[in-house]
Design a protein around this ligand. Sequence first.
Ligand code: UN1
Length: 500
Amino acid sequence: MGDKLIKEEKFKNFINGKWTEPTSGQYTDVINPANLETLVQVPLSSIRDVEIATQAAKIAQKKWALVPAPQRAEVLYRVGLIMKERKESLSQLLTMENGKVIEEARGEVQEGIDMAFYMAGEGRRLFGQTTPSELKDKFAMSVRAPVGVVGIITPWNFPIAIATWKSFPAVVAGNAVVWKPATETPIMAFELAKIFEEAGLPKGVMNVVFGAGSTVGEAMIEQEDIRVISFTGSNEVGRNIAGKCGQRLKKVSLEMGGKNAVIVMDDADLSLAVEGILWSAYGTSGQRCTACSRVIVHESVKEQLEGRLLNEIAKLTIGNGLDESIKVGPIINQDGLDKIKRYIQVGKQEGAKLLTGGYVMENGEHARGHYFAPTLFTDVTSDMRIAQEEIFGPVVSLLSVSSLDEAIEINNSVEYGLSSSIFTRDVNQVFAAQRDLDTGIVYVNAGTTGAEIHLPFGGTKGTGNGHRDSGVAALDVFTEWKAIYVDFSGKLQRAQIDVE
Ligand code: UN1
């Protein structure tokens, strides 16, 4: 069924409004992780392709910035309408290239649609500030100015949503974009570029350069005309990008993962907590930056929670996400699977107790595909690597505590600070926790996933470098504040000196 949705077998880059072959002439295969079938071929672009795209973007941006923002926003509005019309086919394609189950794929496409309409609204706001001047007959204001050409680098785990979090604010603010999508998930990039084209975005404002490894990303950093790099992906790659951008005084926005915990207090609604943990830990096979990979439970309800979780985990259906009855899809690729396997060994060696899962599923319907059994470790202590490092798979570590203070201390004792959650009915604990949990996102009585696009998305510490995706905060990444002083006194007035 789904294969008919794929219209091109060999993708091209989208540069200056034209579908262009990579100058290298080289391609690589893109594999469906649910059945290992080849879906499409994707260009392996070179530095030259990035140069061409950047120059096209530079020229296009100059004109685009002069289009009134409400008109720029109308393009995004049309993008949103087309995405809405194609929601089902986009979702199926997303499931095929990424593996996430169809219900979640629909949710992700919806995030993109929401982002389009939200950012279209920004076209009529893009608020600046007016500020009194210290001098008479002088007017002062600050406005958001586009930065010019921006580079965005997006991951495979949310190939369309994250692309919209970055490209939509960039475009509405008057920038042009050079976009390097993840090698594993080019179909969403291809579809989104087509939608931009159909919506009437002028040529050169959005350019897609496909690639693998670091060639395209590094070439983007080297381009003087690319003034901002916005990246979501691994910590290692993000730190490398930050170093290179730092040397070049290039603004960089990083979002690099999490080690998110659900705290379950002794007064929690346990059924709700189980549902929240299940959804945020095993949904997307744990391959979300926001995925729950630690459960910090009050010792008095530990055994009860373990029992209930085991019951529910046993009911999870694992397989090809196009089948509506499947709850957990495959892992993206062999490397992802190998990494998870290594962490299972680490957990066992560290003395954690494996309650369920911990193995690659290789029999029957799972023989062709990258499937990993939903896994629960208990008796984990916070110093163990499985409780500290991001695994990016369906693996949960359960740790027990005797107080809220201890739970918060453990929550905050990891390198990352993206998302956290607490299940309790005690209003005092709720307010204490929302203040003390050191993460960019805090949930009360819900799991660690499910951020809405009109709020800031990002985290503290090793999760990023202080910037946020989506929400109005995303505009800070893609605009520069410009201070403007208009003196209508008719004489030279010197600030700080000619003040009466
Ligand atoms: C990610 O995993 O990088 O909050 C993005 C969520 C989704 C986005 C996750 N809305 O889980």
